[in-house]
Design a protein around this ligand. Structure first.
Ligand code: B12
Length: 352
């Protein structure tokens, strides 16, 4: 089958999309022909025209939109542009997971949640002309009713994921990545990787707690790759591009298990030897873990403050950390020689 992924990146922040990358590798393994329409480097206003051109050229049997809420309007415009061609479409990503009904109404098919299992199944059935109605994760409007299928279990062993299809994306995602701003000065080629999945905190502004709820009873939420599997992946990327900086997209980076973190340090020190940046929660930072982060090649750590108002942070944002905890976390990082970057939100309700 010819499958066209669409990444309607309205904010134009140019970084590799890991989800599409993994799904593309899986689909190619099953023999499908995959391409990508990524709006990241297309000037604003030209996306619809370029999309129509791409669809005419590639002739997909199915369109696969990856949609975050902010990108929903752009996704709809793109879809409308080619609607007359009657190509079936499936939508995945966080918006589709959280808003399946309105998404299915607009586009037809939705696959909720993690789709490493569901998407190849959908394509398999579709290409054989079989009914897709029993595909896990599927949400679909059929006449006046919605088909709402159960989710496949969470992909348990992240070591079994294929390496993402890095070549599917424009190489500017690596050589002009905005994450290079946080990397060691002089770095030229940055790759983004995931070490783990599944944040177990419940910040009120974040969509992950809702997704965790949807996955209740479907397997272990927090999962981690082994250090050697992760190193293999990074070194495979390095065979393709001259990688000299890494950003990990994990919501929580330091392993809950200190032995695992020690293993990560040893493997990264000996096999990978490339500096990296990532994010972490202030209350999870302790001197031992921070030292291991540094020794493994950790260059900069992003720590969420979100609001400098302790009461608002705790009561409104449900981030139960005191000013003291935050200050201590930054101090520990500094003592270990790790640079820090704070993330904060402006204009929260009731603020001047
Ligand atoms: C890395 C990251 C970024 C990076 C890179 C984004 C990217 N290219 O994917 C950057 C910094 C650019 C970024 C920016 C933003 N982000 Co962000 N980001 C993340 C983060 C931390 C990890 C995403 C990731 O790579 N996950 C791992 C991969 C494997 O998962 P995945 O991409 O979701 O893909 C899986 C499924 O979604 C699904 N799937 C995905 N695409 C498709 C397509 C099809 C056809 C199918 C069937 C399935 C499918 O299957 C995939 C494999 O299981 C998540 C939080 C999280 N833990 O997921 C937030 C998150 C996705 N971001 C979020 C937000 C809000 C934003 C911003 C709007 C922030 C802002 N204010 O500017 C922008 C939007 C930019 C944009 N257009 O993408 C929200 C989205 C919520 C929502 N309702 O849509 C999240 C969930 C964070 C949150 N806590 O709420 N982000």
């Amino acid at each position: 089958m010819r499958f066209l992924f669409i990444y309607p990146n309205s904010c134009k922040f140019g970084t590799f999309h890991i989800g599409i990358g993994i799904l593309s590798s899986i689909l190619k393994k099953y023999g499908h022909v995959v391409d990508l329409f990524d709006t990241t480097f297309i000037p604003e206003g030209c996306e619809e025209y370029e999309f129509e051109k791409k669809v005419i050229e590639f002739k997909p049997d199915m369109l696969g939109f990856s949609v975050k809420t902010v990108d929903c309007l752009l996704a709809e415009k793109l879809y409308d542009r080619v609607a007359k061609m009657n190509i079936p479409a499936v939508v995945g990503g966080h918006h589709a997971t959280l808003e399946p009904e309105s998404t299915a109404k607009k586009f037809g098919m939705v696959l909720r949640g993690e789709c490493e299992i569901a998407l190849p199944l959908l394509l398999d059935k579709f290409s054989k002309g079989e009914s897709v109605l029993d595909t896990p994760n599927l949400y679909l409007k059929k006449g006046d009713i919605f088909i709402k299928n159960d989710l496949a279990p969470l992909f348990e062993n992240l070591d079994e994921l294929p390496f993402p299809d890095w070549k599917l994306f424009d190489k500017r995602n690596y050589f002009e990545s905005p994450y290079l701003d946080s990397a060691l000065e002089g770095s030229k080629c940055l790759g983004v990787f995931e070490k783990s999945r599944g944040c177990f905190f419940s910040c009120s502004f974040c969509s992950i707690p809702k997704e965790r709820e949807i996955y209740e009873g479907k397997g272990e939420w927090h999962r981690e790759k082994s250090a050697n599997r992760l190193a293999d992946e990074i070194l495979a990327f390095k065979e393709l591009y001259p990688l000299d900086a890494i950003h990990f997209i994990d919501d929580i980076f330091l392993s809950p298990d200190k032995n695992k973190m020690a293993e990560f340090r040893d493997v990264f020190k000996t096999r990978v030897k490339i500096h990296f940046t990532s994010s972490e929660r202030a209350e999870r930072i302790d001197p031992d873990l921070m030292q291991m982060f540094k020794d493994a090649g950790g260059y900069q750590l992003w720590i969420g403050i979100e609001s400098g108002d302790e009461e608002l942070r705790i009561k409104m944002l449900n981030r139960r950390m005191s000013d003291e905890t935050l200050i201590k976390a930054f101090q520990i990082a500094k003592e270990c020689g790790v640079k820090t970057r704070a993330t904060s939100m402006l204009g929260l309700p009731n603020q001047s």
